[in-house]
Design a protein. Structure first.
Length: 333
């Protein structure tokens, strides 16, 4: 089966790295290979007498990388198709879901962001530890912020739940560098569009869901690159750390804790290089999560606002029933 142009590029990429591993700069490979997609998945046992073990390992590594990339080679980025009707529906649905599955949703630091300049875009970067991540961005936007919400979601997830594009979501394919660059450019355009509202991007730089206590935290550099490109179009951009943690306390259902740090304002003069900024973001997120965990462990909730009170769980229904019939809840009764 002949290769198309995308496959041909992948084949050339494979060959270059195979020659490097084999220790030769010659254009010929140490075995026969046809321009066929079958080559990329060939049985390497047939090459025992032709290719060194290091070369075999390289074929495995780069053919796997290429095949993962080619899966998304022809995907089109899913862009925002905002809808007031979908937003209203999701407002109702998300509040109902939070009340059903959580005892409380507590928020810290969000009201301190009210003094921001609405003409300056903001990027919220968050830990990615739960299925619920991103669900609450619309809730917080409507409660605390006068913003146009944008959120980046993996293509393979967003293509399954495309209604999120009606709420401000657009896709990214990290396995395909070309598509990832398109997403960065699109995010920059959305953040710098003229609007009476503040443009806000919510992003999870870890890229995958990891345990909330996993250390060290590792971020992709896309967030820093978006900020860098935004500064080519506007004088400044806010960068704000936000973290979440879900814990079971005294009730049957867990509590969701959301904490915001004071936004950092970046300009061209204060912007470090993307690599350094990514490291700084990682360190701040780790410190922010540790502080939030300490507040929860010590039950220091004075600085939190209860945004949502959940429906009564079984233990609360039981206590209410006993109170109705005048049954004491004391241990001695």
């Amino acid at each position: 089966m002949p290769l198309n142009l995308d496959e041909l590029g992948g084949y050339a990429f494979l060959c270059r790295n195979l020659r490097k591993a084999h220790g030769t700069s010659k254009s010929r490979l140490p075995f026969k290979a046809t321009f066929s997609a079958h080559f990329l998945t060939a049985d390497l046992n047939e090459m025992d007498d032709l290719v060194s073990q290091s070369a075999k390992s390289t074929v495995h590594k780069f053919s796997s990388c290429y095949l993962r990339t080619s899966t998304f080679a022809n995907t089109a980025m899913l862009t925002v198709r905002r809808s007031a009707l979908y937003t209203a529906w999701f407002r109702w649905y998300s509040r109902r879901a939070f009340k059903k599955y959580f005892d409380k949703v507590r928020v810290r630091g969000a009201r301190d962001l009210a003094t921001m300049n609405l003409q300056t875009p903001i990027i919220f970067y968050l830990n990615h530890s739960y299925w619920w991540d991103g669900f609450w961005s619309q809730l917080l936007t409507e409660t605390y912020f006068n913003q146009n919400l944008y959120i980046i979601i993996e293509y393979k997830q967003l293509v399954r739940y495309q209604f999120f594009t009606r709420l401000g979501a657009f896709s990214i394919v990290r396995e395909n560098p070309r598509e990832a660059i398109k997403t960065i450019q699109y995010a920059t355009e959305k953040l710098t569009e003229p609007s009476p509202k503040q443009n806000a991007l919510w992003i999870f730089p870890q890229g995958i869901i990891e345990h909330v206590d996993k250390r060290p935290i590792t971020f992709f550099s896309g967030t820093a690159k978006i900020a860098e490109q935004v500064l080519e179009r506007t004088p400044s951009v806010y960068l704000c750390s936000a973290v979440t943690r879900i814990d079971y306390l005294e009730e049957q259902k867990p509590e969701l804790f959301i904490s915001f740090h004071t936004p950092r304002i970046l300009t061209k003069d204060t912007f470090p290089n993307p690599k350094l900024l990514t490291k700084e973001m990682q360190a701040e997120t780790e410190s922010h999560l540790d502080d939030l965990k300490h507040l929860i462990l010590s039950r220091e909730f004075e600085s939190f606002e209860t945004l949502i009170e959940g429906t009564r769980s079984v233990n609360r229904w039981f206590d209410s029933l006993k109170a109705t019939f005048g049954i004491s809840t004391d241990a001695q009764s």
